[in-house]
Design a protein around this ligand. Structure first.
Ligand code: PLP
Ligand code: SF4
Length: 328
C-alpha cells in the first residue's frame, strides 16, 4: 500500500458495505446496511484509513463513522437536508460568507472518505463546484471585499484537488493584499496521509501568507505512523495544525475517548480546536449526542486535564456571528 500514489489509493478505496465488513473481519451480512442511503451518498473508505479499523469489532470507532447503517433511513424530527441553510449565505456559488473577516470556499464536492454523519451529504455540489468559472467569481468577490482576511478552502475536501489546481488557488489568493491567512479544512492528513507530499507543501507555502490546516479526527485510533509523519511534514513547512472533531454517539461520547484523542493530538503538536455538536442532517440522527450530555462531558474533561487539552464545544446556528460556544 505504501508505494501507491495518493491518487491510486483514492481510486482503490473500499466502495461496498460488504467489502468494508469483510475487511473488518466481520461477516459480510452481519450488519444491515441501507441501499437507499448509499445510492445517495456512496460508501468510500481508503485502505490507508480502513487499516486502522480493529478486526472483529462491530463497534469499532472508525468503522462506525463510515458504515451506512440501516438507521440512515430513519426520519427524525429536526434532521433535515440543509440544516445550516448554507444555500442562503452564498454571495457567489460555492462561497459561504457567514462570519466577519473570513469566507469559506467549497472548492470541490469530492472527499477521500465519506463520513456518514457529514452535514454536507446532501449539498448540491454539482451546482457549485468552484473548479471552473465559479472559482473566478469567488476570487473576484474576495478581491473586492477588503474585510476578508482569511479564506478557508473547504468542500468536500480541498486536498482531493490536484497540486496544480491548489497552487493556482493559493497563488491567486496570495496576490490579494488584504488576505492574511489561507486555511485548509481537510481530513486527508488523517485518512490519506500520502497526500501530504513535499511537492504539495512547497506549492501551497510558496507565498507570504500564514497557512493553517484544520484537520478532522474524531478518535485516537485514527492515528498511526503515517499520519504522524504527514503532520510532521506540515509542521516542517511552518503550517499551523489544529483539529476539529464531531461528537458522535458510540464513537467518542465518553470522557476517556475525548481525553485520549486530545492527548494523541498534542503528542503530534496539534491543538484541539473545536468539538462540534452534530449538525441535524437527515440520515445522521443515530449519531446524535444530546447537548446536556455534551456539556457534561466537557465539564468532566475540564476537571481532569490541562486546559489546552479541552476543545471548544460548539454548535452551528443559523444567523449568528460565529459558532455558538456551548461549553459551561
Ligand atoms: C465554521 C465556519 C467558518 C470558520 O469559523 P471559525 O470559527 O473561524 O473556525 C467560516 N465560515 C463558515 C461558513 C463556517 O461554517
Ligand atoms: S471528509 Fe469532511 S466533508 Fe468529507 S464526508 Fe467527511 S466530514 Fe464530510
Amino acid at each position: 500500500m505504501q508505494s501507491l500514489s495518493w491518487q491510486e489509493q483514492l481510486a482503490q478505496a473500499i466502495r461496498k458495505p460488504t467489502d468494508l465488513l469483510e475487511f473488518a473481519g466481520l461477516e459480510a451480512d452481519s450488519i444491515g446496511y441501507s441501499q437507499q442511503a448509499i445510492m445517495q451518498f456512496p460508501v468510500r473508505v481508503p485502505y490507508a484509513f480502513a487499516n486502522r479499523i480493529k478486526k472483529n469489532d462491530p463497534n469499532d470507532p472508525i468503522l462506525r463513522q463510515v458504515f451506512p447503517y440501516k438507521a440512515e433511513e430513519d426520519e427524525a424530527t429536526g434532521f433535515i437536508n440543509d440544516p445550516l441553510a448554507e444555500l442562503n449565505v452564498q454571495p457567489v456559488h460555492g462561497l459561504l460568507q457567514k462570519y466577519n473577516s473570513r469566507v469559506l470556499s467549497i472548492t470541490t464536492g469530492a472527499c477521500a472518505v465519506h463520513c456518514r454523519y457529514c452535514f454536507r451529504r446532501h449539498y448540491p455540489y454539482q451546482e457549485s463546484s468552484s473548479s471552473s468559472k465559479h472559482w473566478q467569481a469567488s476570487l473576484d468577490h474576495i478581491r473586492d471585499d477588503s474585510s476578508i482576511e482569511e479564506v478557508i478552502l473547504s468542500g468536500g475536501d480541498p486536498l482531493t484537488l490536484s497540486d496544480r489546481r491548489l497552487q493556482d488557488i493559493c497563488s491567486s489568493l496570495a496576490n490579494i493584499k488584504h488576505i492574511k491567512r489561507i486555511r485548509f479544512h481537510t481530513r486527508l492528513p488523517i485518512v490519506l496521509p500520502a497526500r501530504i507530499t513535499t511537492t504539495l507543501l512547497k506549492q501551497i507555502t510558496d507565498n507570504d501568507k500564514s497557512i493553517i490546516f484544520v484537520i478532522h479526527s474524531n478518535h485516537a485510533n485514527e492515528f498511526d505512523h503515517s499520519v504522524s509523519n504527514a503532520i510532521k511534514r506540515l509542521q516542517e513547512f511552518s503550517v499551523l495544525v489544529l483539529n476539529q472533531s464531531v461528537l458522535l454517539k458510540g464513537i467518542n461520547d465518553s470522557v476517556s475517548a475525548l481525553i485520549k484523542l486530545s492527548e494523541q493530538l498534542v503528542e503530534n503538536n496539534v491543538m484541539p480546536y473545536y468539538l462540534h455538536l452534530l449538525d441535524p442532517v437527515a440520515g445522521a440522527a443515530h449519531y446524535d449526542v444530546p447537548i446536556e450530555q455534551a456539556q457534561q462531558l466537557i465539564q468532566e474533561m475540564q476537571a481532569s486535564v490541562s486546559g489546552y487539552l479541552v476543545p471548544k464545544l460548539v454548535k452551528e446556528e443559523i444567523g449568528t456571528a460565529s459558532k455558538t460556544l456551548i461549553g459551561k
